[in-house]
Design a binder for this molecule. Structure first.
Ligand SMILES: Cc1cc2nc3c(=O)[nH]c(=O)nc-3n(C[C@H](O)[C@H](O)[C@H](O)COP(=O)(O)O)c2cc1C
Length: 334
């Protein structure tokens, strides 16, 4: 493996979670403006799709996204190895294996969270991926599946996979229930047990442990970082993206920029995409939460979500939405 960049090393402290349908390239470019140092993740892509599918569509990303990790789904070592090599050649800084997704579709394909039950297979996958790709191969997992609550078993999973060449684990600190819960419920119902991630870090100090699940404020993130190497935020980062900016400044330094200034920094990207024929709605759907809880936040969201669907919608609409947040207190109260 070639040595990792200092930017990648620094990004181990803060990450935005892989989220299907959400963390596409437009979303990641926006998050990069907000959080210059964070590690960004793609949506999960199945290894077969990477090997056989339209790579430009599945893997294409903007250079500003670095450091960016490609998350793969799958459970066939050789296919995952091919996909990992393709991802590394494509320029991804990290290849991550999904061992946490509980959906039925994923279970039918024997990947995602059900892999927690097959540590030896995950180890084979990781070993094959690490041999094929010259970037770090990491794993995102849960604490266990169903009603299995056994820390030693969780640590044995980690140890088996670490021995195969994985040094960084993202731990979504709850179980996945493979029966009876939707993926959404599986992100809410099984209780969070951060102590397991903390204990793992204490007992395996050489591993990089990133904790994920339910972290929704600067204070919570900072508290987690007393015990782990990194935090990964998913829903909170998406719905309240300014939190990402505050986190980046708190963890890495720099000056807080205003929401409007940050969004305007995205203008060259938006205009370049529009010129390529990308519709505005595909980009601005990710920025709707920027003024979450702020005066004019509802109007901002409404102007963008209604107007971006219209033919010919362009940057002027974004300015119009921003004006709703910059108006005086009376006009902005909606
Ligand atoms: C819409 C959505 C899609 C998701 N897709 C993925 C995915 O593709 N791969 C993955 O490992 N986790 C996925 N997750 C789970 C998140 O990465 C994360 O583990 C989970 O939301 C808990 O973190 P949070 O409480 O900070 O949101 C998804 C979550 C959401 C909300």
């Amino acid at each position: 493996m070639t040595p990792v960049s200092s930017a990648y090393q620094a990004s181990l402290r803060l990450a935005v979670a892989p989220m299907m349908d959400w963390t596409d390239t437009h979303c990641r470019v926006f998050h990069r403006v907000l959080a210059p140092h964070a590690r960004l993740y793609t949506e999960m892509v199945h290894a077969n799709a990477v090997v056989l599918g339209d790579r430009a569509r599945l893997l294409g990303f903007d250079p500003v996204e670095h450091p960016v990790a490609l998350q793969l789904g799958g459970s066939e070592p050789q296919v995952l190895a091919q996909a990992a090599r393709i991802g590394a050649d494509w320029g991804y800084d990290e290849i991550n294996l999904n061992c946490g997704c509980p959906s039925d579709r994923v279970q039918a394909g024997r990947f995602g969270a059900c892999l927690m039950k097959e540590p030896a297979l995950v180890a084979d996958c990781v070993a094959a991926m690490a041999a094929a790709a010259d970037v770090p191969v990491t794993v995102k997992c849960r604490l266990g599946v169903d009603d299995e609550h056994d820390y030693d078993r969780f640590r044995a999973f980690i140890d088996t996979v670490a021995a195969a060449g994985c040094r960084t684990f993202v731990v979504h600190a709850r179980n996945a229930w493979l029966q009876g819960l939707s993926p959404k419920e599986n992100r809410e119902v099984p209780p969070l047990r951060y102590e397991w991630a903390w204990r793992l870090k204490r007992e395996r100090p050489d591993l990089q442990v990133t904790v994920n699940g339910g972290i929704a404020s600067l204070e919570q993130a900072q508290a987690q970082l007393q015990h782990t190497d990194g935090v990964m935020l998913g829903r909170a980062a998406y719905h309240d993206p300014y939190l990402l900016h505050r986190l980046d400044v708190a963890l890495y330094g720099g000056t807080l920029r205003g929401r409007g200034e940050l969004l305007r920094a995205l203008r060259p990207y938006v205009e370049a995409q529009l010129a390529r024929g990308v519709a505005l709605k595909h980009i601005v759907r990710h920025v709707l939460g920027l003024f979450h809880g702020r005066p004019g936040g509802r109007a901002f969201r409404q102007i963008l979500s209604e107007g971006a669907h219209r033919a010919g919608a362009g940057w002027a609409l974004v300015e119009q939405a921003l004006q709703a947040t910059e108006a005086g207190p009376v006009a902005a109260s909606g």
